[in-house]
Design a protein around this ligand. Structure first.
Ligand code: GCU
Length: 620
């Protein structure tokens, strides 16, 4: 049974269930592949907003949801206006006279009153769009953290949970014939124990419409999805599929063109509107960090033409080696959050993202860990362009509600959307199903299911997760049962910070690793307040962090299967757990770069180590 068939079945069941229960919620449509590449109407900019901690705009005073009432009316999403100057109707809100927030952008960093705010904020944006005949229109949000109810012209489009993956609705039949429309979003970043992530994390709970918003226009029958990559471990064969959407998608011709590779292949879609292919390619210039070659790829079907820039490479493991295009590689990485440290808050667009990756290149990286959740698609495209391999991750983080089926469905949906968004990006080489989750039978079942899901969606990339360790004095054992399911043995270890005394003691640690797989240290590090100086034993000083890195690198070099690392973390970032009034002030200070852009002493220790690693590996 194909994935698209399953997805359509699930959608149909959802719609039927929602209709029967009167809870008419439209399941979002399959995410358009390369949606930003479509001709779009951007809705970025100032949106009016209303703070609503009691959800007055959503529930009546008996706590019944307005949009589930027979009329479906009564909530802020009606955007009701008085019928005359006398204001005969009692209306206790007015978006158009309300203040505005910048979109994309979390609300916490835009107004000091909202820094710690957790709850609902309503957003409203008006736009003019006169729908053309034989066109379809998709409303697309890059991300809304965490739960979003979305309405167009007062009608509910749907509800979405998950703060870091795209949201999309087909609005073709819901646009106003006058061309004048308004979209209203109820965004709620309240944390929940059964959510993904759960109630406890070590990053700021930035709420709101945090990524780009636009309307994509397509022909009536359109190219909805596609994958164009090398077949697994085979640099001479392109494999993938094209999925058409809309009516009349069956039996259609689709042409795949990669002119620079001398490839032009015409396919025919099946009854589902899907065409798969496996075509031989002449010598492609393979993508790598040193030579991040991207090809212009064009897909056309009838009036629809989609252009993309795609790199081609293979990634696999052989014993304890990681092979990129058949050659052993060492992953010189760094972890990073989706946050601009200079203007703390979610990264606001390409400029912020390019700055972060430029710092990583300056550090000597060929690899980044985009922790702990799906990052912006723009980040993935920049990594393709700049030559950085990527570990992409879903926020199955710490103490997830392992035995709650809805929690698993949510995690699997976020993983599916992440893979859908990233599957054509050469830079992505690892799908991570989680981070530092406490071992138990329910956790193993939950995460093993995610591993299998990832492999069923994409068998060309590696699958991993940050595993748990067992410690007895200086003896560290890595035998987390989840490790048996993964391609890489990755784990976070904090010798010299959370455990094991001072930096000078770090080299006494020895690791016993159960699995004969490549070892990637997914985190190590320690806090330092930039500009605070002391000796190597003075916690919080730059010298302590520097000595920690020197000794960590010495100790880790003793692990025979070591094939990479992503120390924690590129830059200081906001975290509510970090409340020391002098050294933290609400920031996690493990950054190698401070929240005002200063490189700490440890930055140069890692930079030198990576320079030597590059000499050892890249010249082969
Ligand atoms: C953990 C966790 C990070 C956290 C870091 C820290 O390993 O994965 O999200 O920020 O350690 O404690 O600083």
């Amino acid at each position: 049974m194909t994935y698209s068939f399953l997805l359509r079945t699930l959608t149909a069941v959802l719609l039927l269930a929602s209709t029967l229960t009167g809870r008419r919620v439209l399941a979002q449509t399959t995410l358009l592949q390369n949606a930003p590449g479509r001709s779009v109407l951007s809705l970025d900019g100032r949106w009016n907003y209303i703070i609503d901690p009691y959800e007055t705009g959503f529930y009546d005073y008996r706590r019944e949801a307005f949009d589930q009432s027979p009329s479906g009316k009564g909530g802020y999403y009606d955007n009701q206006k008085p019928s005359s100057k006398q204001q005969p109707e009692l209306i206790e809100y007015d978006f158009d006279q309300a203040a505005t927030l910048q979109v994309p952008g979390d609300w916490n960093s835009q107004d000091s009153k909202l820094l710690y705010y957790e709850g609902t904020i309503w957003y409203k944006k008006s736009f003019t769009l006169a729908p053309k005949a034989n066109k379809r229109y998709f409303l697309y949000f890059g991300a809304i953290n965490y739960e979003a109810h979305i309405y167009l012209n007062g009608k509910k489009l749907g509800m979405h949970r998950g703060g870091f993956t795209p949201i999309q609705y087909d609005i073709t039949d819901k646009l106003s014939p006058t061309g004048e429309n308004f979209v209203i979003v109820k965004a709620d970043n309240t944390r929940h124990a059964d959510a993904v992530p759960t109630i406890n994390t070590d990053w700021w709970n930035y709420g709101g419409i945090t990524r780009e918003v636009f309307i994509a226009e397509t022909p009536a029958t359109f190219i909805a999805d596609y994958q164009v990559q090398l077949a697994k471990n085979d640099p001479t064969t392109l494999a993938g599929y094209v999925q058409l959407g809309g009516d009349g998608r069956a039996g259609q011709a689709v042409t795949l063109t990669i002119a620079e590779a001398g490839l032009r292949q015409t396919l025919k879609t099946d009854a589902d509107g899907r065409a798969t292919f496996r075509v031989p390619v002449k010598k492609l210039q393979l993508w790598s960090p040193q030579r991040p070659k991207l090809y212009a790829v064009s897909l056309s079907s009838g009036p629809d033409v989609v252009q993309d820039r795609i790199g081609f490479r293979t990634i696999q493991t052989r014993g304890q080696d990681i092979l990129l295009n058949g050659k052993p590689i060492f992953l010189r990485g760094i972890s990073m959050h989706d946050e601009n440290p200079l203007i703390p808050g979610r990264a606001r667009g390409e400029g912020d993202l390019r700055m972060l990756l430029t710092w990583a290149k300056e550090l000597g990286c060929n690899y980044v860990r985009l922790a702990h959740y799906p990052h912006n698609e723009i980040m993935l495209r920049l990594a393709d362009e700049m030559g950085l391999l990527v570990w992409a991750e879903v926020p199955v983080y710490w103490t997830i509600a392992w035995e709650n089926p809805a929690t698993y469905q949510n995690a699997e949906a976020q993983l599916t959307d992440l893979i859908s968004m990233g599957k054509n990006r050469a830079s992505i080489v690892v799908w991570s199903v989680g981070n530092e989750t406490p071992p138990s039978a329910p956790r193993l079942k939950f995460m093993t299911s995610l591993v299998h899901k990832a492999r069923s969606l994409d068998d060309t990339r590696l699958v991993s997760a940050a595993l748990e360790l067992r410690r007895d004095g200086y003896a560290v054992t890595v035998d987390d049962p989840l490790g048996a399911e993964l391609d890489l043995t990755s784990f976070n270890e904090y010798a010299g910070w959370y455990w094991g005394g001072k930096p000078s003691e770090i080299t006494q640690f020895k690791f016993a690793i159960k699995y004969n797989k490549p070892v990637i240290i997914s985190e190590f590090g320690g806090d330092a307040l930039a500009g605070y100086h002391g000796d190597a034993d003075t916690r919080w000083s730059e010298e302590y962090q520097e000595a920690l890195y020197v000794n960590q690198l010495k100790m880790l070099s003793g692990i025979s299967g070591l094939r990479g690392m992503t120390p924690w973390i590129l830059a200081d970032f906001r975290a509510t757990r970090r409340q020391h009034p002098v050294f933290q002030q609400g920031f996690n200070r493990k950054g190698l770069i401070s929240s005002d852009g200063k490189k700490k002493k440890a930055f140069f220790v890692l930079q030198e180590y990576y320079r030597q690693q590059a000499l050892k590996y890249d010249t082969k």
